[in-house]
Design a protein around this ligand. Structure first.
Ligand code: ADP
Length: 393
């Protein structure tokens, strides 16, 4: 049997009947009818052959014993999902034996058993066996299809990984292109701005009103471009670099961010209320400070006309996360814009308020880098509350 091909193994009919002349003649009849028969000496042998591969098991009730039923049940239960091995059980004419009933009970959930009551016509046996073989071949087809699906899945996963790697590398090159472009634009801009100063100082007196107005517009455009380049460089730094994360003290980082806004606070006579809880978040101190500064500078900027800013900063803990919130009482953001204002260059109030539309994109990239989340709660006209949520450390 060792030189049998895998295909032939799977076509075999296993025969488990008490040894003797009946068994020999059954073997002969089945072989003559074209079946590839493997007689089994006992249940252990049958179970071993099922494991190697077979199409069906023909078993006489007399071969079932209390001590061997569970071995067969285990073998049937451990079949792969596509397999439902046909078992043809030859029973006596009267009631089922206790072992056959037990076998049925064990196979309640799984088992493809056909009972053939003796005496039966040989043609009945042959057609039952042919049906069993046909059903087994369909199972092999299902197995083939499952294998195809599995192969396709593996191939697809490989392709997705390859494309993702290509995309990541394109994104990386684009990011470094953006960084070097922003960086290189700085030098000519610096030259333009210093020549502008020279023109204003040395030649300003010789210009008429219109000339001076044009000069002032060039200066404002230069300042705007400078702000834009600085913001884009910050964004590149946040998205490009490997960001080491560690415990960052929440009250301290908030205090530092507020300190950086000291001039703005004095200039606008802002009222700033701080209520941070004692605690640490897993973050990068430079990026977290940058995020909070972006929230704060917007809170100072988007105020209602002639109203000094009122800003409330606090933090709260939920399970193992800490949320830091910056709330203002300014013009607010309508709910339909909440998801979009974190996009790069998205500005809702371009004409009335200066800005580049990069600040919240930096904040979002920073939050992602620190494995956190970012969001806003606001109604138009009732102020806004921007928050960042990070893992507690
Ligand atoms: P910028 O302020 O430079 O325009 P941001 O990316 O910081 O860019 O903000 C994007 C847009 O979101 C702003 O143009 C503004 O319309 C809106 N926004 C941000 N913060 C606030 C706020 N605190 N109150 C009202 N609107 C805000």
């Amino acid at each position: 049997m060792s030189d049998i091909t895998p295909d032939a193994l799977e076509e075999r009919l296993l025969l488990l009947t008490p040894t003797g002349t009946d068994s020999t003649s059954a073997h002969e009849v089945l072989t003559r009818s074209g079946f590839l028969v493997t007689p089994c000496t006992d249940m252990a042998h049958a179970c071993h052959e099922i494991y190697r591969g077979c199409a069906a098991l023909l078993i006489a009730e007399e071969s079932l014993g209390r001590d061997n039923i569970s071995g067969l049940a285990d073998r049937i239960r451990s079949q792969p999902p596509w397999s439902d091995l046909p078992i043809i059980l030859l029973t006596g004419r009267s009631h089922l034996t206790q072992h056959t009933s037990e076998l049925f009970e064990l196979f309640q959930d799984r088992g493809n058993i056909t009972l053939l009551e003796r005496p039966f016509r040989i043609n009945t046996l042959l057609s039952t066996l042919r049906m069993a073989l046909r059903s087994r071949r369909r199972q092999y087809e299902v197995r083939g299809l499952l294998e195809q699906v599995q192969r396709a899945n593996i191939e697809l996963e490989g392709r997705v990984a390859e494309r993702t790697a290509q995309l990541n590398s394109s994104v990386k090159s684009l990011e470094s292109f953006c960084y070097s472009l922003s960086h290189d634009l700085r030098a000519p801009l610096r030259a333009i701005r210093s020549f502008m100063n020279v023109i204003e100082q040395d030649y300003g007196g010789r210009l008429d009103d219109e000339g001076r107005q044009l000069l002032s517009r060039v200066r404002v455009a230069g300042e705007r471009m400078d702000a834009l380049i600085n913001d884009l460089l910050t964004l590149s730094r946040v998205t490009q670099s490997d960001v080491p994360l560690g415990p960052v003290d929440v009250p301290r980082v908030i205090a530092l961010a507020v300190e950086d806004m000291r001039d703005e606070i004095e200039k606008t006579r802002a009222e700033v209320r701080l209520e941070p809880l004692e605690g640490k978040v897993r973050a990068n101190p430079v990026i977290l400070r940058q995020v909070l500064e972006n929230f704060l500078s917007n809170a100072f900027k988007y105020t209602r006309k002639n109203e000094p800013p009122r800003i409330h900063i606090w933090s709260e803990r939920q399970d193992n996360r800490i949320r830091i919130s910056v709330k203002d009482h300014g013009i607010g953001v309508a709910p339909e814009h909440h998801s979009r204002i974190f996009d790069l260059f998205r500005r809702l109030h371009s004409s009335e308020y200066p800005g580049t539309g990069v600040g919240l994109a930096i904040a979002k990239a920073g939050a992602e880098r620190m494995l956190g989340e970012i969001g806003v709660c606001s109604e138009n006209g009732t102020g806004s509350c921007f928050w960042i949520e990070l893992q507690a450390a």
